[in-house]
Design a protein around this ligand. Structure first.
Ligand SMILES: [Zn+2]
Length: 325
């Protein structure tokens, strides 16, 4: 089974009211996450992957740099590319109305999701963002993930028009994420839409029977391991795991969340120890076909790893309260 370790890399400024002042402290937190324990944003993520010989896919959001300067985007892609990891395109159109000169004619209001834009607007936004990222990286990108997983049929057409052949934007835990396609095709196998191959984020049934995305910050290691084993047993072709540059940090701070950091270490160690069952890497423009028991089939796990995650959540809340600040 192909396992895709994906990371959405983005910088936020605690709202939109005081962007320049906030950016000065937010950029180092989101990119480096300096602390006395180490740098648990990008540096720790890259170091962990490389130590285990794993190659991840880093979907980097470039629009923020049209507001603050190309050098900030260059700094991010240098870290990732120099570590030998894969840089691809992420896009949060929330930045569109902050950029001058305007990328598209109508920037009168902030529109959060790509699905709130017309086909022509989506095409222009993706073209602009792709050029920003490729200029910083010095080479072409070929894969995409929409901010907040907000994608529709027009997005696939806009991607095809921009020469992007693979996508990983569909996440059935988000109502904004291609609901018609999810209903029609399910999300356990790659699908081809308007010539673009889309690898949905893997969603599984947790020990309580609820749908849960395979996200490092939101699942226990046991849940991720059992979901991968369940998918592997069912001969599923691809398993997509999501994380972000800030998932190993405590909310709003540069201090590491050591529960999530340990979980990521366990995940990488497990994948590195099982290379014959799990092939970790990027996305192919020619997916392996797989036959699902039913279109809506999802991996299923037992109760203990979900109970462990609930216990971890309580421990994380107590730990962050105990540190005071
Ligand atoms: Zn994002």
């Amino acid at each position: 089974m192909n396992v895709h370790l994906t990371f959405d890399i983005e910088v936020w400024c605690n709202g939109w009211a005081d962007l320049d002042r906030e950016f000065a402290s937010c950029f180092p937190r989101y990119v480096y996450g300096h602390s006395k324990h180490g740098d648990y944003a990008l540096p720790k993520t890259l170091e962990t992957l490389n130590r285990h010989g794993l190659r991840g896919v880093f979907f980097v959001e470039p629009l923020f740099s049209a507001r603050f300067g190309a050098r900030y985007l260059e700094e991010i892609v240098r870290l990732i590319d120099d570590a030998g990891q894969d840089v691809q395109l992420h896009l949060h159109p929330e930045w569109t109305d902050e950029i001058r000169p305007a990328i598209i004619p109508d920037v009168s209001a902030k529109r959060q999701h790509l699905t709130y834009y017309s086909l022509e607007e989506q095409t222009a936004l993706i073209r602009y963002a792709k050029r920003l990222l490729e200029n910083a990286l010095g080479k072409a990108v070929s894969a995409f993930r929409a901010g907040s997983y907000a994608i529709n049929e027009d997005t696939f057409l806009a991607l095809a028009r921009n020469g992007i052949g693979t996508d990983s934007s569909i996440n059935r835990c988000y109502a904004i994420s291609a609901p018609k396609l999810v209903c029609e095709y399910g999300t356990t196998a790659p699908i081809t839409v308007n010539g673009v191959v889309s690898y949905p984020v893997t969603v599984f049934h947790d020990g309580l029977g609820r749908k849960r995305p395979a996200q490092v910050g939101a699942c226990s290691f046991g849940e991720l391991r059992q979901a991968m084993e369940s998918a592997h047993q069912a001969s599923i072709s691809d398993f997509v795991i999501v994380s972000h540059n800030f998932e190993m940090l405590k909310p709003g701070r540069s201090e590491p969340d050591l529960v999530v950091a340990r979980r990521f270490e366990q995940l990488c160690s497990y994948l590195a120890d099982n290379p014959t069952r799990f092939k970790v890497g990027g996305f192919s423009s020619q997916p392996t076909s797989c036959v699902l028991p039913t279109k809506q089939w999802m991996p299923r796990i037992g109760l203990p790893p979900t109970a462990w995650r609930l216990a971890e959540q309580i421990a994380r809340r107590m730990l962050s309260r105990g540190t005071g600040t």
